[in-house]
Design a protein around this ligand. Structure first.
Ligand code: HEM
Length: 125
């Protein structure tokens, strides 16, 4: 992913908008929704938003609040197989489309999310 190009094209506002659209969807999702800690939706959304603003925007709030991301380790408590991976990616792709992200950035973001989601799989049945 060309982070600087994506940031230029969609701005930090784009990343914030994608995250909030995604969280609206995840809350009511029958497969993934129940995995998230109850009544902590705002805090969870903040973690993903700050992660993306760090990974793509170079901001440092995520590190300040959470330290090194260690995403694989942090997803170990959740059972993530191909079904869960595909649902997460599907909801994120719908969010990107709904936010009308320009094509070049949309393609790169979807590829990035798929790669990370696949890397987070910890169930191979
Ligand atoms: C593959 C399917 C995935 C599932 C089922 C899943 C599920 C979860 C759950 C249940 C949490 C805990 C909520 C919280 O306390 O914040 C979480 C946290 C998080 N996830 Fe995922 N996730 C997936 C993929 C991804 C992907 C692709 C990314 C990034 C590109 C990501 C980034 C994060 C981040 C940044 C956190 C917060 C980590 C922390 O600081 O504690 N997740 N995820």
């Amino acid at each position: 992913m060309d982070e600087q190009a994506v940031l230029r094209e969609i701005g930090r506002e784009g990343l914030i908008q994608i995250t909030s659209t995604f969280y609206q969807k995840i809350k009511t999702d029958d497969l993934i929704g129940p995995m998230y800690p109850k009544d902590q939706w705002e805090a969870s959304e903040t973690r993903l938003r700050e992660f993306l603003l760090m990974r793509i925007g170079g901001e440092t709030d995520y590190i300040k609040h959470r330290g090194h991301p260690r995403l694989r380790m942090r997803h170990v408590p959740y059972s993530i197989g191909t079904k869960e991976r595909d649902r997460w990616v599907e909801l994120m792709s719908q969010s990107i489309d709904q936010c009308q992200i320009p094509e070049t950035s949309a393609v790169q973001l979807k590829e990035f999310f798929y790669q990370v989601a696949d890397f987070l799989r910890n169930k191979y049945t």
